[in-house]
Ligand binder design. Structure first.
Ligand code: GLU
Length: 530
């Protein structure tokens, strides 16, 4: 019978959870779920200088945001813990003792300077550098024991068997792989300070945690033959490996900060939905059938398979992510939408209330400026005075019915929540207007703009017309027609006067969300400029 699937995601808490790491986590999670297996989270914190508790928390938080629940690991525990490598030192010591007893590990006393000199000499010679020369390999056991006893600094190396056959394994992604064993030097297992190396700790943990499949980035491919040598030396079963191709930026180079955000939480802060993010990342190197792009989490958890991971590197295409996020946003009902949009609506309120008194004209951004603004990170609440921010949040919480009504105005055309503040701030201008320069010139500069505004103003001021979308719009349209104004020439000046821009969410639907007095004040102020 096949063993129950056990997989792990093993981040080093030396930084944030980045895009590549998140995809690795998603694949492990989805594979475990699709196989009815166990997903383990293990923190590889053996680098004391670079690992921090803060980074651990950031990684856990990002995992939770993505909805990647782990069955064993920090905070949830499990039978094969502890799940922090620093707490597993005894297991590495025990494994080293076993290797020593078998003669499969030996102490190496070569000083750093000596190793550097060896390397320099090898690099000059024909064959080039092929790793440790093996000087201490043949050291007499009694002498080695004496030197250890005398406190001489040393590391422990794996004694790679001589004339070992090529190291072969069948990678679930890359297929059959073979590495000649004679180029493997005697790798270090335990450092001078007694700490295990990544390769050693990783193998001990994967074996002790009963990991059946190691799914990780292909930057670890060169570690795999070395790890297999350690498995063999310890007599452990070798798991199945699945190495994941790289994620590249649009320019075909390895994804990095240059391409934009690489930290997963920045995507959360930009207002992407976790479900969209998981779907998008899952498709960077895997496909369901080569066609389907919208694959909800539940389907991923059901249908994920290692067989459909591609060997080809994939390109991180932010446009596709934006599109996909829009698709997921449209799946939300008004209640869920409000829940996600809440902080962004509060930002819209904060931004809107900053509008200066009366009418101000603001320069229209160029295409580059607009693109630049869209790529800027705007964490809701950042840079806002605490009291102002809290009161904006409280307003959203206190008037959910009103805020929920904004949803149908924008949901069809939005891709990200961080678009909302700029798009909706006009709802919060009160009697003031921020006029977009281009809209002003194009729409308000036309003949007839003043009479269009006058007609609409009369209707909006008429208390006998209910403050509702249909009656207001119909009444304006009818009067406009009488005056010989096409709907477009009637409504565009009104749109610019009310929202400041010739492109805005639906006009009358927005108007009825605002105070009559404010709307009239805006029209009057703009009319006064014509
Ligand atoms: N801690 C390693 C890393 O973050 C894990 C590699 C592995 O999955 O074996 O790259």
């Amino acid at each position: 019978m096949a063993k129950d699937v056990r997989v792990r995601f093993a981040p080093s808490p030396t930084g944030m959870l980045h895009i590549g790491g998140a995809r690795t986590a998603i694949y492990n999670w989805a594979f475990a779920r699709s196989q009815g297996g166990t997903f383990i989270l293990r923190i590889e914190d053996t680098d004391p200088e670079r690992s921090t508790e803060e980074n651990v928390q950031i990684i856990l938080r990002a995992m939770r945001w993505l909805g990647l629940d782990w069955d064993e690991g920090p905070e949830v525990g499990g039978d094969t813990g502890p799940y922090f490598q620093m707490e597993r030192m005894q297991t590495y010591e025990a494994a080293l003792e076993e290797l020593k007893a078998k003669g499969a590990a030996y102490p190496c006393f070569c000083a750093k300077e000596q190793l550097e000199a060896d390397r320099a000499a090898a690099e000059k010679a024909d064959g080039g550098y092929a790793g440790y020369v093996g000087r201490c390999r043949a050291l007499d056991a009694a002498e080695a024991a004496r030197r250890i006893e005398a406190g001489e600094p040393h590391v422990w190396r794996l004694r790679v068997p001589e004339r070992h056959a090529p190291i072969a394994f069948d990678d679930a992604v890359y297929g059959h792989m073979e590495f000649p064993a004679d180029v493997m030097d005697d790798l270090i297992l335990v450092r001078t300070d007694g700490s295990p190396t990544y390769n050693f700790a990783c193998v001990c943990d994967d074996a002790n945690m009963g990991i059946t499949h190691v799914i990780r980035g292909d930057d670890h491919l060169s570690n795999t033959p070395r790890q297999i040598l350690i498995y063999e030396a310890l007599g452990y079963d070798v798991p199945t490996f699945a190495h994941l191709p790289m994620i590249l930026g649009p320019d075909g180079k390895k994804l990095s900060k240059r391409h934009g955000a690489t930290n997963v939480e920045e995507y959360r802060d930009r207002g992407y939905l976790a479900d969209a993010m998981v779907n998008f990342l899952a498709l960077l190197g895997w496909s369901l059938d080569g066609e389907t792009t919208i694959i909800p989490r539940s389907q991923l958890a059901h249908d994920f398979s290692l067989a459909r991971i591609t060997k080809k590197d994939s390109i991180f295409d932010e446009k596709k992510l934006n599109w996909m996020d829009g698709v997921y946003i449209r799946e939300l009902d008004a209640e869920q939408w409000l829940c996600e949009a809440g902080p962004w609506l509060a930002m819209a309120k904060v931004a809107g209330e900053k509008a200066p008194a009366g009418v101000t004209v603001t320069p229209t951004p160029t295409q580059e400026e607009a693109a630049q603004a869209a790529s800027e990170l705007r964490v809701p609440g950042a840079g806002v005075e605490e009291m102002t921010w809290q009161s904006a949040l409280a307003d959203v919480a206190d008037r959910p019915a009103w805020y929920r009504e904004i949803c149908p105005l924008v949901i069809e055309r939005m891709e990200r929540f961080d678009e909302l503040p700029a798009k909706l701030e006009y709802l919060f201008w009160g009697p003031n207007v921020r006029l977009d320069e281009k809209s002003q010139a194009k729409v308000l500069g036309k003949d007839g703009a003043a009479s269009a505004l006058a007609i609409c103003r009369d209707v909006l001021a008429d208390a006998s017309v209910p403050w509702e979308c249909e009656p207001l719009q119909e009444r304006c349209r009818a009067l406009g027609e009488e005056a010989g104004l096409k709907p477009r020439n009637l409504f565009q000046p009104l749109r610019v006067a009310v929202s400041g821009n010739m492109v805005s969410p639906p006009l009358f639907e927005s108007i009825v969300l605002m105070d009559r007095a404010d709307v009239l004040a805006r029209i009057d102020a703009v009319k006064g400029m014509l």
